[in-house]
Design a protein around this ligand. Structure first.
Ligand code: S3P
Length: 441
């Protein structure tokens, strides 16, 4: 039976199906950006296996190419080669650097470019990215002497960077954000004197792990790995990077497998870096059946295969202490909450309001269209469980993680749904719709 839809370009989403089989999620988005960026400023060649061939890393590669870096074509299943230009080798581009939808591209690029003396760069992005706050990066960089201009006192792109010699500093970042931390660390590589970054909470540490492997003089000191000290002066050497599957993409299958009656899914090759595994802890809190198999270390990152089977789920409660470790999984967890036994609460999640969309508002709006009972708060959601959602006309509102979360909600709905702007999924998971069709038999 097909869904009724008023928009011919909307994707039909069928409810029900068995949901079984094996899926290999595409490469980790955070690690993919970093492999391209660090490869670009290293000496020699970097090879990247498993790079995510999606819109966001393609934006990073396009910006780097515009500054003279040779990067082989990014195609699914192919190793990507980056010919490094060295720490100070990025050329002044003769075009605006378009970061597309990617906050990671823009924020890490600001850190990388702020110290390129005598060179001028202009960065922009799509409608969503031009509304996202950039002074969280600009302000710490300004403490190192950076000159970045933009709308609203430098908070919004388009941004102009005038490269300057930077000086090291001790910087407490305003939010637990790996993008902010990484921007400062990248600026520190060529600053005068050492830099220490202190985060309010531990955010994902892919930058620290990978930059050290490239040869940077970077130490993690203090409580819970929160102080990162960088000494400039080391050259980076090209590396062979292997990118594990993205746990943030795996999360859609993990929740779908836990929710859909009779489901049995194997999600292979998933990155299990402890700064990213909050979703597994919440699934455990819910009583979901998840087995971690074949745990191994791949190029400095822990990896495993995850088997999930359907079972009854309990309500969960998450607060600011875990948000940095599952920040991108809140949309799919809000879907899970609708089907748990009891009322779930998500607090301390105001960062969700400045992602690709205001994800608290968008998820509340879209789930309510399916009949969900929930309350939206400044910093989270309260969601009544045990609900019957009904198929509806849905909209990703251009957000990739919203698109995929709504696809999972639709599996569980009574009646089919339609989803406008479903193509947003390609920002982080280009084959998502094919994988869904294959697994939903
Ligand atoms: C990312 C960090 C997170 C995350 C984003 C990717 C990264 O953002 O939401 O998808 O690669 O560093 P914040 O640093 O803003 O928390």
């Amino acid at each position: 039976m097909s869904a009724t839809t008023t928009d011919a370009s909307a994707r039909e989403l069928h409810s029900g199906g068995d949901l079984s089989g094996t899926v290999r999620v595409p490469g980790d988005k955070s690690i993919s950006h970093r492999a391209l960026l660090f490869g670009a400023i290293a000496e020699g060649t970097t090879t990247i296996e498993g790079l995510l061939p999606a819109e966001d890393p393609i934006s990073t590669a396009a910006c780097l190419r515009a500054m003279g870096v040779t990067i082989s074509p990014i195609r699914s299943g192919e190793i990507v080669q980056v010919e490094g230009v060295g720490l100070d080798g990025l050329q002044e581009p003769d075009e605006v650097l378009d970061c597309g939808n990617s906050g990671t591209t823009m924020r890490l690029m600001l850190g990388l470019l702020a110290g390129r003396q005598g060179r001028h760069f202009v960065l922009t992005g799509d409608d969503s990215l031009r509304r996202r706050p950039m002074s969280r990066v600009g302000q710490p960089l300004a403490m190192m002497g950076a000159e970045i201009h933009g709308r609203s006192n430098g908070n919004f792109a388009p941004l102009a960077v005038r490269g300057r010699k930077l000086r090291g500093a001790v910087i407490g970042t305003p939010v637990a954000s790996a993008q902010v931390k990484s921007a400062v660390v990248l600026a520190a590589l060529t600053a005068e004197g050492s830099t220490t970054v202190i985060e309010p909470a531990h955010s994902r540490d892919h930058t620290e792990r990978m930059l050290r492997a490239f040869g940077a003089n970077l130490e993690v000191v203090g409580e819970m790995g929160r102080h990162i000290r960088v000494q400039p002066g080391s050259t980076l050497q090209g590396q062979e990077v292997v990118v594990p599957g993205d746990i943030s993409s795996a999360a859609f299958w993990l929740v779908a497998g836990a929710l859909v009656p009779g489901a049995d899914l194997m999600v292979e090759n998933v990155g299990l870096n402890p700064s990213r595994t909050g979703i597994l802890e919440v699934l455990e809190q819910m009583g979901a059946s998840i087995e971690v198999l074949n745990e191994r270390d791949v190029a400095g990152e822990p990896v495993g295969d995850l088997r999930v089977t359907h079972g009854p789920l309990k309500a969960f409660h998450i607060d600011e202490s875990i948000i940095p470790r599952l920040v991108d999984e809140v949309p799919i967890l809000s879907v899970a909450a609708c089907f748990c036994d009891g009322e779930s609460t998500i607090t301390g999640a105001s960062e969700l309001r400045v992602k690709e969309t205001d994800r608290l508002a968008v998820m509340a709006r879209q789930l309510k269209a399916m009949g969900a009972e929930l309350d939206e708060h400044d910093d989270g959601l309260t969601i009544r469980g045990g609900q019957t959602l009904r198929g509806a006309d849905l909209d990703s509102e251009t957000d990739h993680r919203v698109a995929m979360s709504l696809a999972v909600a639709s599996l569980m709905a009574e009646g089919n749904s339609s989803l406008r702007r479903s193509e947003a999924a390609a920002v982080s998971y280009p084959n998502f719709w094919d994988d869904l069709e294959r697994l939903q038999r």
